[in-house]
Design a protein around this ligand. Structure first.
Ligand code: ADP
Length: 479
């Protein structure tokens, strides 16, 4: 039976069915029906979070630890079921869906631990007899707006630190992936969160998201999504003088030098560019390859691409699932056409594929003879499409790698310690990989970028405290 999921406001499940969630591997398969909140419900959720804040922010480490640990345990215990639903609604493979679900459990576990490690500083004052305490306090009501490409990991890495640090939440997931969002809220609710602490408002970005941006009672907004929406979040947040944090696009370079281990380089490119159907903000979309290895690299990569199994996300053989929806599929195809019109050669793939069930299947595409000035090399495509840019040496590779409006991740494949070290120091990206794909990061260390990719403090790990808390400096004269 098709499940019907409601919004969760002030501890109650509310709302009538408003939107339908379709499986991109099989558009005849309905994942579920979901309530769609309006601006009024968003307002109720914000009011509930505001009312719940004083008690939750004073709840102390044990109460928060208990909820986060319980949630982690349940997510892990149900990883196959939750991961399967994730693969069904987003289109990444079952293995990727289960892997992402395990990651969500690990993130909740990490932040459960953080609740027991919250600390401040006591420092001597410059004035005799005075003591100074520096503490971190919760910010207040945090608005969480998430995209569709990591339906459970991104909500987890925003919700877990927000709760650990004593904030209350209004959570608006992306329209395409409500099931994973609903599961995480259902689990946290049953894990014992007091009413109003976490509110779920599924619905349109332009309605529910916008209502969050426009509310003076939302004290901080953490957003992951497109550059365009990120700018709206920024402008509205400045207007309300609230804290905000943005994670947006990428156009991540993977540099391959002549001295690279060819097999490692091809593995990195294949994984970084095409796994998760290329729908990762950390995907390697620019493969910057030096002359001496260029032809061997392209041939080997094409060979590996020809063996990729593209198909139904739930099929155990599948390595590349479908594109998330028809709009994204068209965008991918449009960019392939744009690249070709600008002079790149479509060396492999790019065609729609028919499978047993109707879905949004695309053969991963490789554009060669690309230059760094082409639109296909500058704008984020967000699909299984990568461009190879030929360069003469390391210096040119570094210049091209940094010549982008984005700065999320970068990578280099080389056996030279000198070049690897120089690249780590001089790459204008928030995360740098040596002999590893540009995508695929740990859950306990900072995540974020530079330039047009990110704004505000880093996410994840202990660095998350910077966004989810505000610092207080208290002076005491004890006589
Ligand atoms: P994508 O292209 O990846 O869907 P978006 O930036 O459109 O990226 O969406 C990311 C998130 O932002 C989604 O949850 C979406 O509903 C939300 N969103 C879209 N428009 C707005 C808006 N005007 N205000 C707030 N949130 C929005």
């Amino acid at each position: 039976m098709t499940p019907f999921r409601q919004n969760f406001i002030d501890g109650e499940w509310v709302g009538d069915a408003g939107s339908r969630n379709i499986n991109p591997s099989d558009t005849g398969d309905v994942v579920g029906d979901y309530a769609s909140a309006g601006a009024a419900q968003a307002g109720q959720a914000i009011a509930a979070a505001k009312a719940a804040f004083p008690a939750w922010s004073r709840s102390g480490p044990l109460a928060r630890h208990a909820v986060l640990k319980k949630a982690s345990d349940e997510i892990l215990a149900r990883k196959d079921e939750i991961g399967r639903n994730l693969a069904r609604e987003e289109g990444k493979t079952l293995a990727e869906g289960i892997g992402e679900t395990i990651r969500a459990a690990q993130i909740f576990d990490f932040f459960a631990g953080e609740t027991l490690r919250l600390s401040g500083e006591v420092v001597p004052s410059v004035r005799p007899g005075v003591g100074v305490e520096i503490t971190r306090e919760a910010v207040g009501v945090v608005g969480i707006i998430t995209p569709w490409n990591f339906p459970i990991a991104i909500p987890a890495w925003k919700i877990a630190p927000a709760l650990a640090h004593g904030n209350t939440i209004v959570f608006k997931p992306a329209e395409l992936v409500p099931e994973s969002a609903w599961s995480i809220v259902d689990i946290l609710h049953r894990a014992g969160l007091p009413k109003g602490v976490l509110n779920l408002v599924m619905g349109k970005g332009s309605v529910v998201g916008q209502a969050m941006l426009d509310s003076p009672d939302v004290n901080a907004i953490t957003f992951t999504g497109s550059v365009g929406t990120g700018k709206r979040v920024a402008a509205a947040s400045i207007e309300h003088m609230r804290k905000f944090q943005l994670e947006m696009g990428g156009k991540n370079p993977l540099v391959v030098l002549d001295d690279a281990d060819l097999a490692v380089a091809v593995d990195c490119a294949l994984n970084g560019a095409f796994f998760s159907t290329g729908q990762r903000c950390t995907a390697s979309s620019r493969l910057i390859v030096t002359d001496g290895i260029h032809d061997r690299f392209v041939d080997a990569l094409k060979d590996r691409m020809s063996k990729l199994v593209v198909g139904d996300a739930l099929d155990a053989q599948t390595q590349i699932g479908p594109v998330v929806d028809a709009t994204q599929l068209k965008q991918d195809e449009d960019y392939i056409a744009i690249g070709r019109a600008e002079g790149a050669e479509l060396a492999f793939g790019g065609e729609r594929l028919d499978r047993k069930t109707p879905g949004f299947y695309l053969q991963p595409a490789l554009l060669t003879q690309a230059t760094n000035t082409m639109r296909s090399s500058r704008e984020e495509i967000f699909g299984p499409v990568a461009s190879v840019i030929r360069v003469k040496d390391y210096d040119e590779a570094l210049t091209v790698a940094n010549d982008t409006p984005f700065g999320l991740t970068s990578g280099i494949c080389t056996s030279s310690l000198k070049h690897a070290t120089h690249f780590k120091r001089n790459s204008e990206a928030g995360m740098v990989m040596v002999n590893l794909p540009t995508a695929g990061v740990d859950f306990h260390v900072p995540f974020g970028g530079r330039k047009g990719s990110s704004y505000g403090p880093r996410e994840q790990g202990r660095y998350a405290a910077e966004f989810y808390t505000t610092v207080k400096t208290a002076y005491t004269f004890a006589g």
